[in-house]
Write a new protein. Structure first.
Length: 230
């Protein structure tokens, strides 16, 4: 049986192919929006690219070694800008290790919450990485498409609807209503509620880092998210 870590790493490998087909369905209006409001972000150079090993400080080298030992891969994605502050990077890694691989939420629902967060921040890297993972975990591609387009998905299961309502209220209202909280509590328990808040908060933090650094999407992927209308 695959571990959650192996499952996630396997799913990332199919990201470029899945995203290529997904992007073709966006439509002319979304493409136009992406080329206007988002062009400044997606076409701008990476503000905090990878630091060559010979240019790293001792603290950065140590943090990079610890990261690779723990994740089995060199520093990547949001951790590339984060390594400018090695202690922040390592602490972010530790939180991510739990929220990605040990959360009490099922992988499908965990990834659904990540996609909602990525969409709220129009975070292209997060979406590129987590869309294929979410679909592989069982999230219906039409639900993901609705999130991409800024629509409320149709045909959600009860647990998916609970995740959606909780995340949307948390992002848009900076809190959740009594009814939404009670529904999430009944479904996932107190630890599940905190894990869900943690996923939203952690991936908001990473989205802030990635948007500030203008980190490009992974090689072979595309910037799939259109800009929200303003």
């Amino acid at each position: 049986m695959q571990s959650r870590r192996d499952f996630v790493q396997t799913a990332v490998l199919c990201g470029a192919t899945a995203l290529g087909g997904f992007a073709k369905a966006r439509g002319a209006q979304a493409a136009s929006q992406a080329k206007t409001a988002e062009s400044d972000k997606t076409n701008s150079p990476d503000r905090m690219p990878e630091i060559p090993p010979d240019k790293m400080t001792d603290a950065q080298k140590k943090a990079a070694e610890e990261f690779q030992a723990g994740r089995g891969t060199p520093v990547f994605g949001p951790f590339i800008p984060l390594i400018r502050s090695p202690e922040v990077m390592l602490r972010a890694k530790a939180m991510g290790d739990y929220l990605r691989y040990k959360s009490v939420l099922p992988p499908k629902l965990n990834e659904f919450a990540i996609l909602i967060t990525a969409r709220q921040w129009t975070q292209q890297y997060e979406w590129a990485v987590h869309y294929p993972i979410a679909v592989k975990a069982g999230l219906n591609a039409e639900i993901a498409k609705a999130i991409l387009e800024g629509r409320r998905p149709q045909g959600m299961a009860d647990d998916e609807e609970t995740i959606y309502e909780f995340c949307i209220e948390l992002h848009r209202n900076q809190g959740v209503s009594d009814a939404t909280y009670a529904r999430a509590l009944s479904r996932f328990g107190e630890q599940g509620v905190i894990d869900l808040v943690g996923v939203n908060g952690y991936y908001t933090f990473l989205a802030m880092v990635l948007n500030t650094a203008r980190t490009p999407v992974p090689k072979g992927s595309i910037a799939a998210l259109p800009a929200f209308p303003h």
